[in-house]
Write a protein that binds this ligand. Sequence first.
Ligand code: ATP
Length: 489
Amino acid sequence: MPPVPTTPATNDANALPRDTQSVLKLAAASMFSLFDQSSQGMLLVDRNARVVWISDGYRRLLPLLGFEREEDFVGHPVAEVIPNTAMHQVLETGKPILVDLISNKSGTFLVTRLPLRDESGAVIGALGVVLLDAPDATHPGSMQPLLAKFSRLQRELDDARAELAAHRRPKYTIASFIGGSGPALEVKRQARRVASTDATVLLLGETGTGKELMAHAIHAASARARAAFVGVNIAAVPETLLEAEFFGVAPGAYTGADRKGRDGKFKLADGGTLFLDEIGDMSLALQAKLLRVLQERELEPLGSNRVISVDVRVIAATSRDLGAMVREGRFREDLYYRLAVVPIRLPALRERLADIEALAEALLEDISRRSGLTARSLAPDALEWLARQAWPGNIRELRNALEQAALMSDDLVLTAGHFSAAAQTPAPVATAPAPAAPLPERRAAMERAAIEAALRSTGGNRVAAAKLLQISRATLYEKLARWPDLARS
Ligand SMILES: Nc1ncnc2c1ncn2[C@@H]1O[C@H](COP(=O)(O)OP(=O)(O)OP(=O)(O)O)[C@@H](O)[C@H]1O
């Protein structure tokens, strides 16, 4: 503030007062009323972050914030009445926030926040000015388009976050593991017990016995349920990419897609659970690195020289005989003992045939819900037939058998005949992909098998086959175009 010129006093009532203090007061008052006129509204908070005053303009904004009466707003802690406010920050640091965007459910606002100081310089409050609110289009050429874009992006981000959270929410609980037989109850008891601890779990069992389902269920029953469940199928990721997949990549470590860096699965599962499926398929080199992370609870992203700590509960699963792999030198013994702190063996379906009925019912219900097919039930001879099978693919195979039988017939009650007919179709055997094949491949193989069987049972009549499959003729032709050999048969 330049010194006020000490010109001789005049009697002019419009002249500036002569002392600095009075001029400062005048300037402050002018600026205050300028802000008041050109902004959407102003509010003052005291040093305890309580709203003590709002301008007339701000009063008009109150309904936008969800307040009808001024007394529900003024006199209350600012954080309670304005979600996402940063007034505290101004009070704590004494530094202004000259321009900021604030978004809450009432919209996006362009705001300024200034600290207020007493004569000794101590912060005694803060002034908040709403320069512009998003719905306000009365300022042509103003920041309005930017604000609108920001609020749209914010909304999209909120939606994406909600969707992500829904995906990460546990899909299964221990109760979703169907079965009341002795072996099934024992597995559920073990799972419940281990869920209450933070111990590393090793799920053992043949393919399709429900290891992945149980991993989800243990997570859902644990104290980590609200945090992420992240799965990695080790057999499905190329060996060369696994390390980056696990530990992440530091920014700038690579050119191209990973240039900006990427979080690894360990980081994504921080606070939650990491499910390592097909752990027996991991190379010895990566086993050593995994062991280090499990021991130190720290990792180094690729291309970084920084170590980050992670708090992750690991659940590993395998259908292989890890003990034998250790003896053959194909799996590290130290890692084996680290993982097998609590081993849980999932029984094969043939060891719990008493559960077939309950499982089949639950699976049929799920199949009809997902496919839109009418729900089917099982005749007693169908249950007997199912109980006589060996089920090397366990519950996954049972599910496939039920799905095929339901798909190939319009009958609402499935009999042994439906299953034996479906089992005799050579196509699934001929085209069945490996158990670890990706889902689209498996789905395609199933579809092909079902179409082939339908064409056979209708003597090649495509209209009848489409009807049988409950798909349109156009869809059938579309699918046949993918398999010309089927189309010719
Ligand atoms: N006890 C169960 N109750 C209901 N559904 C089950 C049960 N066990 C398995 N399933 C179902 O069977 C299918 C295979 O289960 P899951 O993928 O968990 O097996 P897995 O042992 O992890 O198989 P893989 O070793 O081949 O990866 C899934 O569709 C799952 O929902």
